[in-house]
Design a protein around this ligand. Sequence first.
Ligand SMILES: [Zn+2]
Ligand SMILES: [Zn+2]
Length: 294
Amino acid sequence: MNEYMEIFMQSFLGTADWTWNSITFQVPWYTNYFWGLVVISLAVWGLEIAFPWRKSQGLIRKDFWLDGFYMFFNFFVFAIVISGVYSLLKKALSESGISMESLTLMNLSGLKMVWQLLIFFVILDFVQWFTHVLLHRYPLLWQFHKVHHSVAEMGFAAHLRYHWMENIFYKPLKTLGVMLLGGFEPEQAYIVHFTAITIGHLNHANIKLTYGPLKYLFNNPVMHLWHHAYHLPEGHTNGINYGISLSLWDYIFRTASIPNPEDGEIKLGFPGIEEFPQSFGKQFLHGFGGKARK
Ligand SMILES: [Zn+2]
Ligand SMILES: [Zn+2]
């Protein structure tokens, strides 16, 4: 086995192992992404059932199981395969002479943990907001992002329904964000990840929640429902409310818009959604057909 194959396999098997150990409770509970995702999902689902915004929406809404499958596919199955590819890329990067240190803008290691986590959270969120804007702005990227926007009824599980290519788009900018921090990922980064999953689940949940004045800081279900709106408000051709965890960036860059915060029944999707593939298999391959496919 040559060196590269070995690097790939090590990473692949390492991630597969870690995932299996998580499922079987062999990792510290606070780093258990598998059961963490399950617990957060059940909690937000419980809130949806107790306080539904759209009363007519079923508990098991349209595409519930498809979205549930996406959740685990994107989080685990895909992560295992791609971890091997990333370790190869890292190796290539270090061989080309680019070091983490050469890109460092900020060194966080001297700060208190709470500040480290906060800065890490804010920078990562901004990078993801920016990536999300790109997904809407470039037709080629939009073809992949349409999978996320093909949700017809919103519920928590829609959060992680997205094309596997999105993992690939988000990762380089996220890695760059981490590199600007000197390659630094706080030891307690799992707090940031669990916070982001919870906010993301809530953003897609069938709950009318805006967090009062904090809506200018945090993304919320009402704001994100409008991100999924079929009819965009005038003057916004590509999209609105690109926020991931924070809504702040949309207010700063004037991409925030909530035409009617009371209306939870707006039509979701995009022109052409009627012909969009409905099955996982077809969505998996969507976006590679060139311009012929809308
Ligand atoms: Zn979007
Ligand atoms: Zn969404």
